[in-house]
Ligand binder design. Structure first.
Ligand SMILES: CC(=O)N[C@@H](CC(=O)O)C(=O)NC[C@H](CC1(C(=O)N[C@@H](Cc2ccc(O)cc2)C(=O)O)CCCC1)C(=O)O
Ligand SMILES: [Zn+2]
Length: 634
């Protein structure tokens, strides 16, 4: 065999390129750390002063990036020999918003800061006591949506939250879209969606996503039909029709994005053991700190990293009483390889135990790739970053594991198959219900950025997607004076969302691979079904996951996925394997009850103005479509 052709010595230009990367990284590390600290200061104390300081740090970093970019584009980096050098250039070649002129960049930062401020401080009046107007999203409205059970109170909270948040930021959002598209154009993209999708390095990525959705849609429709029946039984025919979409305010969540809030009254086997750890957590006086320690122990049981001391010193894990903060949970990497934190207004319940694992999954990824070059300290793609904690939570949420940690009673062995179905259903209310929402969020935004959805139709196109993919309808008619997408954190914070849909697929592929590695799942052994797998304590599984996490995004994501699952492709088989027993049961149950799977068009309307709506309603006041509880007032 001929001697392998030696890689030619790197050219002088490539040597200079390598030097540029080292200099850029050194300068960037300082400014990034300063920017992160200023962002944390604002997010954990929402004052104008802190917003100004954050903005200033952002401008300093962007100015540096832009100035470095002038040099960067001089290098013929696409022809460099060294794979890592070439890839680092590729990753930073798009500087995103930093390519904007400073005053435009500042304006963009101010717009997002204002939208976040409005969202995080929005208050709503109590339905029963209209003088009490201090209800925040977290924890008051989140808890109300999950536990109220009163359709009128739910409708009130649903409508009033949107009036206090989304409606107020429509103008700011329109300006944000315009400036963001300018930045995309400066990076040679037609609009922001191109810049956002670059992180997935996948040709025809959108077709891939549509294919995955179509594979999973039948399972979603079965769940939707079953849930609609139980909501009809609980709230009556006036609220929930036999064949129509489900009204969005009844699903236990402000955005109807996950439905675990309706588990208690809709679980398949009411007499079998419930699979919710909340009662035992509260019985045992769990604290947020104990929840975080429990999650940390899961990671260290796999021989992954413990949280560093600074994490415990600087994280915020409870909502402070003395100031306004961004309560939306988040995990932070301060770019210095030492400072990592979580900010979470933790509540002692199973939902937040899941969130703790999710956030700590981000920190575990930060810790595993902290020795990579700064530019490679990211997820293999953003979906991977969202999947780490969820993979852990899939093990933690099994009845087997909850019993192991004392958060579920012994249970009656004769009911084990019913308990298993209750658990599968509970997990489906979080994971399967989420799929169409995780998909449509950026379907709407990509079309907004491209101009296919104009500002004059923002809200009605949103509801078209909500009906088409989720089979939902608003609890009251909507107009373009509303701006319901703006009532969702990621929309007003400019945080891409398709990462969560990608994570929903990847996490079951990764879970299945780790369960095989841990000997917890065997496709040929009915006693080792995938939904009962708990990888806790499996160092073998941990080592496999660690090998992937340590890569950061130094290698294309198919390689990272292959390191764990042996496959280079996203595919829905992991999720479909996991939920197969539930899908079977739902099909039989829906058949038994004569439930129609799918939905007929909604009778709710979405028109341009409230005035138009009033005219429409008065003219058709006899028309049945409008007699359905159209008003929000008692
Ligand atoms: C500095 C910074 O911002 N860091 C990033 C992490 C990083 O990029 O390094 C970060 O912390 N982002 C916050 C975000 C928080 C949560 C979230 O927003 N979740 C989505 C989607 C979803 C919904 C249901 C579900 O079951 C699972 C996910 C939502 O609630 O809509 C809240 C609850 C869980 C995760 C997060 O952790 O992803
Ligand atoms: Zn996350």
């Amino acid at each position: 065999t001929p001697a392998p052709t030696p890689t030619p010595a790197p050219s002088a230009e490539e040597m200079a390129g390598k030097q540029f990367l080292e200099d850029f990284t050194r300068g960037m590390a300082t400014l990034l750390n300063r920017y992160k600290l200023a962002s944390w200061a604002y997010a954990s104390n929402l004052t104008d002063h802190n917003m100004q300081l954050q903005l200033q740090a952002a401008v300093e970093m962007a100015t540096y990036q832009k100035q470095q970019w002038q040099q960067l584009v001089q290098f013929p980096w696409r022809s460099f020999q060294n794979r890592d050098t070439r890839r680092q250039f590729e990753v930073i070649a798009d500087l995103g918003m930093a390519t904007l002129p400073p005053e435009r960049f500042q304006q963009l930062g101010r717009l997002i800061g204002q939208m976040q401020g409005t969202y995080s401080t929005a208050k709503v009046c109590d339905y029963h006591n209209r003088t009490k107007c201090n209800l925040s999203l977290e924890p008051e409205l989140v808890q109300l949506l999950a536990h109220s059970g009163d359709a009128d109170e739910l409708r009130h909270a649903w409508v009033e939250w949107r009036r206090a948040s989304g409606e107020k930021v429509r103008g700011l959002f329109e300006q944000y879209v315009a400036i963001s598209n300018e930045a995309a154009a400066l990076n040679n993209y037609t609009d922001l969606s191109g810049l956002w999708l670059k992180a997935y390095e996948t040709p025809n990525f959108r077709e891939e996503l549509q294919r995955l959705w179509e594979q999973m849609q039948p399972l979603y429709q079965q769940l939707h039909a079953y849930v609609r029946r139980h909501l009809r039984m609980r709230y009556g025919d006036a609220e929930v029709t036999q064949q129509g979409p489900i009204p969005a305010h009844l699903l236990g969540n402000m955005w109807s994005q996950t439905w675990e809030g309706i588990y208690q009254f809709s679980k398949p086997f009411p007499n079998a053991q419930a699979t919710d750890a909340t009662p035992k957590m509260q019985e045992q006086n769990y604290t947020p700190l104990r929840m975080f320690r429990l999650a940390e122990e899961f990671f260290t049981s796999l021989n992954l990293s413990a949280m560093p001391r600074v994490f415990w010193e600087r994280s915020i894990i409870e909502k402070p009483a003395d100031r306004e903060i961004v309560c939306h949970a988040s995990a932070w990497d301060f770019g210095d390889g030492q400072d990592f934190r979580i900010k979470q207004c933790t509540r002692v319940d199973m939902k937040d135990l899941y969130v703790v694992h999710h956030e700590m999954g981000h920190v575990q990824y930060f810790l595993q790739y902290k020795d990579q070059p700064l530019i490679f300290r990211r997820g293999a793609n953003p979906g991977f970053h969202e999947a780490v904690g969820d993979v852990m939570a899939l093990s933690v949420s099994t009845p087997k594991h909850l019993r192991k940690v004392g958060l579920l009673g012994a249970g009656d062995a004769s009911q084990s198959s019913q308990t298993a179905l209750n658990h599968l259903y509970h997990t489906a209310l979080q994971k399967v219900a989420f799929l169409p929402f995780g998909y449509l969020m950026d379907l709407w935004r990509w079309d907004v950025f491209s101009g296919r959805i104009a500002p004059s139709e923002y809200n009605c196109r949103w509801w078209r997607l909500r009906e088409e993919y989720q089979g939902l309808e608003p609890p009251v008619d909507r107009t373009e004076e509303d701006f319901d997408p703006g009532a969702k954190y990621h929309i007003i914070s400019s945080v891409p969302y398709i990462r969560y849909f990608v994570s929903s697929v990847l996490q079951f592929q990764i879970h299945r691979a780790l369960c095989l590695e841990a000997g917890e799942f065997d496709p040929n052994d009915a006693n080792k079904p995938l939904h009962n797998c708990d990888i806790h304590g499996s160092v073998a599984a941990g080592e496999k996951l660690k090998a992937m996490l340590r890569l950061g995004n130094s290698r294309p994501w198919p390689e990272a996925l292959e390191a764990v699952t042996g496959s280079r492709h996203m595919d829905a088989s992991g999720l479909l394997d996991y939920f197969r027993p539930l899908k079977q049961w739902l099909e039989e149950e829906n058949q038994r009850n004569g439930e129609n799977v799918g939905w007929v068009p909604s009778t709710r309307v979405c028109v341009a103005t409230r005035e138009e709506l009033a005219i429409l309603r008065s003219r058709n006041s006899t028309d049945s479509a409008f007699t359905r509880t159209a008003s929000t007032e008692p």
